[in-house]
Design a protein around this ligand. Structure first.
Ligand code: FE
Length: 284
């Protein structure tokens, strides 16, 4: 019998300003043993292009990985590996900063409500200086499965009912699912004991763990206890949520802005090299 994970904490997104003046919502962005290996989750959602058009002009990253998921709207990008492109509705982009990448991410004008998410995943100390890499995953290659009636799962990373998500190379081997439940429908997904599991509601409402728990709505994240499985049940509106799970690294974290290392000395080196123009070790 599986042991469903209980909700230990609820985090609610909060407005913040990032990049060149993008107004977004931060769900979390901190060193926290309960979130490890995840570092940050941002939720971009706006009907007003003035909130996002300033974008994220050229900036560095080192020592971490990002997974960006665009639901509606589009983002143009370019990086020091020579990649250029645009990701839009349903597409995913993942990037390993490794030893260093400089890139820009520029949201484009969109009619209607643009919505996207960016997850930061820490790199193990031994992989922080690996070569940077970048991959675009178009929506059509992301499997969408219906394990039971009223359940729809887009498998971005991980496995559901034999369907394997295309994002397989993030070092922490995280699970990243986009789950839509019809009103009143329940869903369970096995997540190994010892792994971190987080569920972020992006539409509707519902509960995680015990059915007596508090309902979460759009913009709320459940930090889940240890256990064998994540159990979710949609409320009367149905529920859509993102499920993130991964094995914790349990290593020291030295983090400043876009650079995530293990020691303060490595952080200082990163910013000194950026000022000196020697930050990028590998180009395309
Ligand atoms: Fe960035």
């Amino acid at each position: 019998m599986s042991e469903a994970r209980a909700v230990t904490r609820i985090l609610t997104r909060r407005p913040t300003v990032e990049g060149a003046g993008v107004r977004l919502q931060r769900v979390f962005g901190q060193v926290d043993a309960a979130l490890d290996p995840f570092l940050l989750l941002d939720d971009f959602g706006s009907e007003d292009p003035a909130d996002y058009l300033a974008g994220f002009p050229w900036h560095p990253h080192r020592g971490m990985e990002t997974v960006t998921y665009v639901l509606a709207g589009s983002v143009e990008h370019g990086d020091s590996l020579g990649n250029r492109g645009t990701i839009s509705g349903g597409d995913v982009q993942w990037m390993t900063a490794g030893s260093g990448i400089v890139h820009q991410e520029m949201p484009q004008r969109y009619e209607g409500r643009a919505r996207a998410f960016q997850l930061w995943v820490n790199l193990p100390a031994a992989a922080k200086i690996m070569d940077p890499r970048y991959q675009e995953v178009v929506a059509a290659t992301i499997p969408e499965v219906t394990p039971t009636t009223g359940v729809k799962v887009r498998v971005i990373a991980g496995v559901v009912g034999g369907a394997v998500g295309p994002v397989t190379e993030v070092m922490a081997q995280p699970t990243f699912l986009d789950v839509t439940l019809a009103p009143g429908v329940a869903f369970e997904h096995a997540v190994p004991n010892g792994h971190t599991a987080l569920a972020y509601v992006i539409d509707g409402d519902g509960r995680f763990g015990a059915s007596s728990g508090r309902a979460l709505t759009d913009g709320q994240l459940a930090v889940l206890s240890d256990g064998d499985a994540v159990a979710a049940a949609a409320g009367p509106l149905g529920m859509r949520f993102l499920l993130f799970a991964g094995k914790p690294l349990r290593e020291p974290v030295a983090w400043y802005g876009p650079v995530v290392m293990t020691t303060e000395e490595e952080l200082e080196t990163a910013f000194r090299e950026y000022r000196a123009g020697t930050f990028v070790k590998k180009r395309g």
